[in-house]
Design a protein around this ligand. Structure first.
Ligand SMILES: *[C@@H]1O[C@H](CO)[C@@H](O)[C@H](O)[C@H]1NC(C)=O
Ligand SMILES: *[C@@H]1O[C@H](CO)[C@@H](O)[C@H](O)[C@H]1NC(C)=O
Ligand SMILES: *[C@@H]1O[C@H](CO)[C@@H](O)[C@H](O)[C@H]1NC(C)=O
Length: 382
C-alpha cells in the first residue's frame, strides 16, 4: 500500500511539473504595490460604518471575530484580492483611526451608485459617496499624500503613507453599478432603465479615464451580480406568477436587466481599451461566477441559494441581520445561522464569506475574466 501511495504521489507530482513545463505564459507575475478600490457594499471595508452607524454584530463574527465594517460574516472579494496579491486588507478612506494606506485605500461605501442620486441615505440607503465623489476623494488623497510625503521628516512619518511614485503601478479595482440598477427598479420601467445604461456606463468610463490621466494603468472591473438572485427580492411577494422566477428562484426580469447592463459594460470596456492605449483593463464576469455557484449549490456543498443565514425571516416579518425587532409582540433578534459556510446569502442582499471565497477563487485565476488571465497578470495589455 505504501508503494501504491508513493507511486500515486510521484505520478501527481510529475504531472504537475510537466503541465507547468509546457505552460505558454512567459510573462512574469505583476507586482502591484497597492490597490485602490471603488465600489458599493460588495467591497466596502469600513466606509459606511465610519461615516454613519457602525454595522453591528453578528456581521464580521466569522473571520474577524468582531464587526469589521463589512456587510458579511467575514471577508469580501476585495479582501481575497488583497490576499492574492500579498497585500494587507484595504483601509477605508473614510475611516479616521487605525488605518494604514501604505498599500492602497478603499473608497467604496455601501449603497454607492455610479450616478449621483437625488436622495439621502436615510430614505433608501443610497450612499452620498457616488462614484464621482469617490474619484474626488481619491484625487484629494493622492494630492495630500504627495504633500505629506514631502513634508515628512522622519521615515516613520512616511510608513503609513503610499509611496507617491507607486500610484502609477497600483491596481485600480471597481465593483459598482448594482445600486444604479436598484434605483432604476424603484423609479423606472424596464425601457427607461435600459435607456439610462449608456449614461451610467459613460460615468464609470470617465472615472477610469480620470485615473488614467493621472498615470494609473491597471484596471480590474467587476460586472454586476445577478440582481434577481438576492433573496430580499422575494420578501412580501405573495402569489408569484408562473415564469416570474427561474429554476433557482431568481427573479428573471431583474437578471435580464443585470445581464443587459453587463453586456453594455463589456462593450464600454472594449471601447475604453482603444481610448486609453496604455491601459490594461480586465473585465471580470462576477455575474457568471456567482450564477455558476447559485446553479450548482448541492454539488458545491451549499444550501438553497434563497436561504438566508442572518436575520429573522418568518412569514412576512423580516428583522434585518444584527437588528432587534418584534414578532407577534415578542422581542426577536436577527441572529446568524449555525453554519454560515454553507450559505450563499448572508443577510438576503450580501453574500456570505464562503460564497465570496468560492467566487474569488474562480475570478482571480482568470476563469471568468476578459482577457482570460489571472489577477497576477493584470498588468499586461492584450
Ligand atoms: C430631486 O428630488 C426632487 C424632490 O423629490 C424632485 O422634484 C426633482 O425632480 C429630483 N431631481 C432629479 C434630478 O431627480
Ligand atoms: C407563519 O405562517 C404560517 C401559515 O400561515 C402559520 O401557520 C405560522 O404560525 C406562522 N408563523 C409565525 C411565527 O407567525
Ligand atoms: C480556477 O480555479 C477553479 C477552482 O479551483 C478551477 O475549477 C478552475 O479550473 C481554475 N481555472 C483556471 C483557468 O485555472
Amino acid at each position: 500500500m505504501g508503494i501504491g501511495v508513493l507511486f500515486v504521489g510521484f505520478f501527481l507530482l510529475s504531472c504537475v511539473v510537466c503541465v507547468k513545463g509546457v505552460e505558454p505564459k512567459a510573462s512574469p507575475t505583476c507586482t502591484f504595490p497597492a490597490v485602490y478600490n471603488f465600489g458599493d457594499s460588495n467591497s466596502d471595508t469600513g466606509g459606511i460604518s465610519a461615516s454613519f452607524v457602525p454595522i453591528p454584530a453578528p456581521y464580521g463574527e466569522g473571520f474577524f471575530h468582531k464587526p469589521s465594517g463589512r456587510d458579511c460574516d467575514g471577508r469580501l472579494i476585495v479582501d481575497f484580492i488583497a490576499e492574492k496579491l500579498n497585500l494587507p486588507y484595504l483601509s477605508a478612506y473614510l475611516n479616521s483611526l487605525g488605518t494604514n494606506y501604505r498599500h492602497g485605500a478603499n473608497f467604496a461605501t455601501g449603497g454607492s451608485t455610479i450616478r449621483k442620486q437625488n436622495e439621502t441615505i436615510f430614505q433608501y440607503g443610497i450612499s452620498p459617496f457616488s462614484l464621482d465623489i469617490q474619484i474626488v476623494q481619491f484625487n484629494q488623497f493622492k494630492a495630500r499624500t504627495k504633500q505629506l510625503y514631502e513634508e515628512a521628516k522622519a521615515p516613520h512619518e512616511k510608513s503609513k503613507l503610499p509611496v507617491p511614485e507607486e500610484f502609477s503601478k497600483a491596481l485600480y479595482t471597481f465593483d459598482i453599478g448594482q445600486n444604479d440598477l436598484s434605483v432604476g427598479f424603484r423609479k423606472m420601467n424596464f425601457d427607461q432603465i435600459r435607456e439610462s445604461m449608456p449614461d451610467i456606463l459613460n460615468q464609470l468610463a470617465n472615472a477610469v479615464k480620470n485615473i488614467y490621466q493621472q498615470g494609473g494603468r491597471y484596471f480590474w472591473i467587476h460586472n454586476t451580480s445577478p440582481f434577481g438572485c438576492m433573496p430580499v427580492q422575494l420578501f412580501y411577494k405573495h402569489n408569484i406568477p408562473e415564469g416570474y422566477l427561474d429554476q433557482y428562484g431568481c427573479v428573471k426580469d431583474q437578471n435580464v436587466m443585470a445581464t443587459e447592463f453587463n453586456k453594455q459594460l463589456k462593450d464600454r470596456v472594449i471601447k475604453l481599451r482603444t481610448e486609453l492605449p496604455e491601459a490594461a483593463i480586465t473585465y471580470v464576469d462576477v455575474y457568471a461566477a456567482k450564477y455558476a455557484l447559485i446553479s450548482n449549490t448541492k454539488k458545491e456543498g451549499f444550501v438553497d441559494p434563497m436561504k438566508i443565514c442572518c436575520g429573522y425571516h418568518v412569514n412576512d416579518t423580516h428583522i434585518w441581520c444584527g437588528n432587534l425587532g418584534t414578532d407577534n409582540g415578542k422581542d426577536v433578534f436577527g441572529s446568524a445561522c449555525e453554519n454560515p459556510s454553507q450559505y450563499i446569502s448572508w443577510d438576503s442582499v450580501h453574500y456570505a464569506e464562503a460564497a465570496n471565497h468560492w467566487v474569488a477563487n474562480r475570478i482571480l485565476n482568470g476563469s471568468y475574466t476578459d482577457p482570460p488571465t489571472p489577477i497576477t497578470q493584470a498588468c499586461y495589455r492584450h
